[in-house]
Design a protein around this ligand. Structure first.
Ligand SMILES: Cc1cc2nc3c(=O)[nH]c(=O)nc-3n(C[C@H](O)[C@H](O)[C@H](O)COP(=O)(O)OP(=O)(O)OC[C@H]3O[C@@H](n4cnc5c(N)ncnc54)[C@H](O)[C@@H]3O)c2cc1C
Ligand code: SF4
Length: 322
């Protein structure tokens, strides 16, 4: 049986009450769907205290204002999936939320927690007892990577479904770091997180989608997984295209979300007249260069690389809307 250690449990109801609790030894808990399994498996050190954000209503608001749409970091995935403003104006966000795991996880899991979810690896997401049979790797304080010999870094994969959608809209995050509010691009926030360079004393308050990121554009999110339910993505795509915008992001195949910058450049240059076969060749070449696929349970590396071809469907969709 997996048993949690003892820790203090804080239930603040305002952001002002949360901030003093963000300190060494304490960990923020949102829905807990990513954090609790890691605590139970002793993959991360036991905290002195958990700071539960679920009672802080101001972090759950979805509002359309003059500068765009604000989505609180504590908005649950279930709520984001069915919210009218999000479905109508940010369809890729609603589709991504709808595609995460299963109803139980979507009811608990939040957008903030989804973005800051830990990168996953077959050798890490195991019980402490299971891991005792293998050498300690970087992610649990060891000196090696068991996936890629001689890798100087942990190569665990970032499987967030929400991150590609946020990046496709070029969203921003309003965060509080060391007591000060600041606005970061989601690109910087997610890159830092995927390199394990997170600000230690950070609270994500909300995500901001500027008006021009969603006005007059077509956007979509597509996910492929093994079972179609309660499953992390084998690969996912989020894309936004409009008269002046074209952004294509791929997730689930590297330590980061990958932007298909060469493909975007080709499509922008040729507009509606682009050749699908040429675009496919560029996109596959980019994904083959940038992917960091590792051993996963349930799918071989070879089959996973074969899923890169699903970009063909995305390119056909872009052709219809560019
Ligand atoms: C069975 C299962 C299936 C899953 N399937 C998928 C899937 O298909 N796709 C997918 O993308 N994910 C999946 N997940 C991963 C993840 O649990 C969920 O996506 C969920 O959204 C995480 O959100 P949470 O609120 O539960 O995060 P938590 O577990 O509460 O937190 C995750 C991390 O974020 C930090 N954090 C949370 N909120 C904030 C904040 N506002 N400010 C600062 N730090 C914060 C926490 O400290 C913690 O480190 C799955 C998880 C499980 C257990
Ligand atoms: S990718 Fe390597 S370092 Fe990271 S969790 Fe897996 S085995 Fe450990």
């Amino acid at each position: 049986m997996l048993i949690l250690t003892n820790f203090a449990y804080y239930q603040p109801t305002t952001t002002a009450d949360v901030l003093p609790l963000i300190k060494d030894g304490n960990i923020i808990i949102a829905g807990g769907s990513d954090l609790i399994p890691q605590l139970k498996c002793a993959s991360i050190p036991a905290p002195e205290g958990l700071v539960d954000l679920s009672g802080v209503e101001e972090l759950q608001k979805i509002e359309e204002k003059n500068d765009g749409i604000h989505i609180g970091a504590m908005t649950t995935l279930a709520h984001a999936a069915k919210n009218e403003t999000i479905s109508e104006k940010l369809p890729a966000v609603a589709q991504a939320a709808r595609n995460v795991a299963a109803p139980q996880i979507r009811n608990r899991g939040t957008i903030g927690g989804n973005v800051l979810q830990s990168r996953r690896c077959f050798y890490y997401n195991q019980t402490k007892e299971w891991r005792q049979g293998i050498p300690r790797c970087y992610k649990v304080g060891g000196d090696r990577c068991l996936q890629i010999q001689n890798s100087p870094i942990c190569r665990a994969i970032y499987y967030s479904d929400m991150a590609p959608a946020l990046l496709a809209y070029n969203a921003q995050a309003v965060v509080n770091i060391d007591g000060k509010d600041q606005t970061l691009s989601c690109k910087d926030l997610i890159e830092a997180h995927c390199q394990d360079h997170d600000e230690k004393k950070m609270l994500i308050k909300e995500f901001l989608f500027s008006k021009n990121s969603f006005s007059g554009v077509f956007s979509s999110f597509v996910k492929y997984s093994l079972r179609g339910s309660i499953d992390f993505p084998v690969i996912n795509f989020a894309y936004v295209c409009g008269p002046d915008t074209l952004r294509i992001f791929v997730g689930g195949i590297a330590t980061q979300v990958i932007e298909l910058a060469d493909t975007e450049a080709y499509l922008k240059e040729h507009g509606k007249g682009f050749t699908e076969s040429a675009a496919l060749e560029i996109a596959l070449s980019e994904m083959n260069k940038k992917n960091q696929v590792i051993r996963e349970s349930g799918i071989s590396v070879q089959v996973k690389r074969g899923t890169f071809r699903y970009i063909e469907t995305i390119l056909a969709d872009i052709k219809r809307h560019i």
